[in-house]
Design a binder for this molecule. Structure first.
Ligand SMILES: C[S@@+](CC[C@H](N)C(=O)[O-])C[C@H]1O[C@@H](n2cnc3c(N)ncnc32)[C@H](O)[C@@H]1O
Length: 219
């Protein structure tokens, strides 16, 4: 498991590059999720709470679950409106189908049994599971693997998720995936190029996957 100081971790999201990456990742996640206001979401491996707060600001009713006490305390201090509970992604301390959505954003990449963690997220979700993963088929992998906050992370491909989901019960009715962060420097040219590249390209460093348990009317 990673061992990051929450203050340093959160501060990264407030750097120019970190803010750009956070924004791009959140936009991609919301494109896949398309939630209705007021739906509930469990954020697994919520860390400093960056995405929990983003989801809550977008109108979702969010709960965070996190294994690291320091991350939990930090996230809770940022927002009294979001409950954070201590728990392990491999055995979530929550009832089956107790949240509309379960999200795990760059947390399953630090879990040694992602298939089990996905099955746990699946159990707790009513409508579907949203994953944010580190994409092995990306420039980010070649530039950042085993550096800084990426140290110890597993880098996946959407095909890994496709294989993990085969064991899900009930089976997923749909798997959608998109990527972002094609040029990880986050400089001016990188940002311009990023805006003109479609999320369907499979080489972004951030891989977002949505697995639906039930079909929405508009799908
Ligand atoms: C890279 S951080 C991501 C935090 C947040 N989701 C984000 O994207 O900013 C990974 C988080 O997953 C948590 N984590 C790792 N393994 C976990 C597990 N088995 N159960 C719960 N949380 C876990 C870590 O403590 C860490 O806070």
């Amino acid at each position: 498991m990673m061992n990051l100081d929450p203050v340093t971790y959160e501060a990264w999201y407030h750097t120019s590059r970190g803010a750009w990456i956070g924004e791009r990742e959140f936009a991609l996640l919301m494109q896949l999720l398309r939630p209705q206001t007021g739906m509930s979401l469990l954020d697994v491996g919520s860390g400093s709470g960056y995405f929990s707060r983003r989801f809550a600001d977008a109108g979702l009713v969010v709960t965070g679950v996190e294994a690291d006490e320091r991350m939990l305390a930090f996230a809770q201090a940022q927002s009294a409106n979001i409950p954070y509970i201590r728990g392990n992604a491999l055995a979530l301390p929550l009832s089956s189908e107790s949240f509309d959505y379960v999200a795990a954003i760059t947390s399953l990449c630090f879990v040694d049994n992602p298939q089990q963690a996905l099955a746990e997220c699946w159990r707790v979700a009513r409508h579907g599971v949203l994953l944010g993963l580190l994409n092995r088929h990306s420039l980010l992998y070649w530039q950042k693997r085993e550096r800084g906050g990426y140290r110890g992370a597993r880098w996946d491909t959407w095909k890994n998720v496709a294989s993990w989901q085969k064991a899900l019960s009930p089976p997923a009715v749909m798997l959608k995936h998109k990527t972002a962060i094609f040029f990880p420097s986050g400089g001016k040219l990188a940002r311009t190029l990023e805006n003109s590249l479609p999320g369907k390209l499979p080489w972004g460093g951030f891989l977002a996957v949505y697995l639906a348990k039930r079909r929405k009317k508009q799908d």
